[in-house]
Design a binder for this molecule. Structure first.
Ligand code: 5AD
Length: 451
């Protein structure tokens, strides 16, 4: 049995995949360690969405090589970068043993066991076990289904689909995650019920393009998309209190889904709705197939059903050919919508994507200036959007001690705002009413209301 160090880069989907791997390794009797210096197996679950994420994982793997000075170590890259780079990683990283792609997470425990067997019995520490498994696998979307719940954990991620067929020109995801494949509704409901039986009260449904869930597999019924049908089925799960999802695409965010927010009481009032750009010219070049006007009108329709909704977004600055004029349009949409928060990314050229072939790539200095400027604007809006809660009574789901001050408790409102408060041990895992007294931009502070 080995001590295994797993580090995850990137999105919630990757966190979720790592959880599945962790669970399978624990079932084999391995222990998971947070201390890399005592690890016998090192697994890095990687992200490819920007170059920086890849460089971080490559750098980490390089650094961890020293662990194998006094004992044989199994090294593996998992997930998106493993998928997109495949066996070339073995050439780049001489001590690497495993390269396991995004449709093969359920095979990791087997490969680890085989690698341990080989390396621990080898006479030389540097004997290498090279396995590359980046094949496609039918129904791999249904293999991410087991959880590792910490004590009194009340929130969980649930992967409902894999892959993306949208082919935004900047994005590597279609190449790392494959085409869209969805799990059947009963299977997802079953997983959620199991979670609820173990104390979970809030689930976040994950998919690269979550509102398009099931569009190839399942029919629209009475004007309701498969995604809305799934939300309705989850609304009926007794004991489940909140449903979240991430991330939807503005395309396919139709009336049936907008109306769900008025109808389904468990659907939390937060939507992460990636804008990417506010320039119609750039949106078109990105193959995003909506306009800034359409995006704004979608936000208005959502807000007319759910006035309190928090809307967050992703924005890319410095897409090839983006002019000052284009960037000004992005600023305008940000001002117009007033996002609760936004992730701002400098465009990163991804090998194999259509945008990488465009000639007018912008210098980093331009991206840097726009990035900083937009962050400032976004932050000022985030502050305003948080301050609107001061004086209000909100419902929070208490997740445990605050990360910044463990003597206090923290939870989230339905709008996904973090609230810190002085609480009692029995509050952990509970839904509470809190009065908000102040805000520091992103974090709200409040006091429990006793009835
Ligand atoms: N460069 C910069 N940001 C990117 N994203 C996706 N691809 C790239 C890229 N090549 C951003 C998008 C997406 C988020 C997850 O990452 O904004 O919504």
């Amino acid at each position: 049995m080995a001590k295994i160090f797993i580090k995850t880069y990137g999105c919630q989907m990757n966190e979720r995949d790592s959880e599945q791997v962790t669970r399978m390794l624990m079932q084999r009797g391995h222990t998971i360690t947070a201390r890399e210096e005592e690890a016998e197996v090192v697994l890095l679950n990687t992200c490819s969405v920007r170059d920086l994420a890849e460089q971080k994982a490559l750098g980490k793997m390089g650094m961890l090589r020293t662990l194998s000075r006094d004992r044989p170590i199994v090294y593996g890259f998992l997930g998106c970068m493993a998928q997109s780079r495949g066996s070339t990683l073995l050439d780049e990283v001489p001590h690497l043993d495993l390269v396991v792609g995004t449709q093969k997470f359920h095979r990791v425990a087997d490969y680890v066991d085989e690698a341990i067997e080989r390396k621990w019995t080898a006479r030389f520490n540097d004997a290498r076990y090279s396995v590359v498994d980046v094949e496609e696998e039918e129904n791999s979307q249904s293999t991410i289904r087991d959880h590792v719940l910490g004590g009194r954990q009340v929130t969980a991620f649930v992967s409902i689909m894999q892959g993306c067929n949208m082919h935004c020109t900047f994005c590597i995801v279609p190449y790392t995650r494959g085409h869209e494949r969805s799990r059947p509704i009963p299977e997802i409901v079953g997983e959620v019920k199991t979670l609820v039986d173990k104390g979970v009260k809030e689930v976040t449904l994950l998919g690269q393009i979550v509102n398009l869930y099931g569009r190839h597999e399942f029919a629209t019924v009475k004007g309701k998309s498969p995604f809305v049908q799934l939300l309705e089925a989850l609304q009926e799960v007794a004991g489940l209190e909140r449903i979240r999802f991430t991330s939807p695409h503005p395309i396919g965010f139709r009336t049936d889904l907008i109306e769900s927010f008025g109808r389904l009481t468990k659907l939390a009032e937060h939507i992460h709705l990636p804008l990417q750009s506010g320039s119609n010219r750039i949106l078109k070049a990105m193959h995003r197939t909506y306009t800034a006007e359409k995006f704004i009108s979608l936000v208005e329709r959502i807000r007319s059903v759910t006035p309190n909704v928090a809307i967050t977004t992703d924005i890319i600055v410095g897409y090839p050919g983006e002019t000052e004029e284009d960037y000004a349009r992005t600023r305008e949409v940000v001002e117009r919508v007033g996002f609760d928060n936004a992730f701002v990314f400098k465009y990163s050229k991804r090998k194999g994507t259509p945008a990488a072939k465009i000639e007018q790539q912008l210098p980093d200095s331009v991206k840097q200036v726009r990035n900083r400027d937009l962050l400032e604007l976004v932050n000022s809006w985030a502050k305003r959007r948080s301050e609107r809660f001061i004086g209000r009574e909100v419902e929070i789901l208490c997740e445990g001690p605050s990360k910044t001050n463990p003597t206090r408790l923290a939870g989230r409102t339905r709008e996904n705002k973090i609230v810190v408060f002085e609480g009692a041990p029995q509050h952990v895992g509970a839904l509470l009413k809190i009065r908000i007294v102040r805000s520091t931009g992103y974090t709200l502070y409040g006091e429990p209301i006793s009835h």
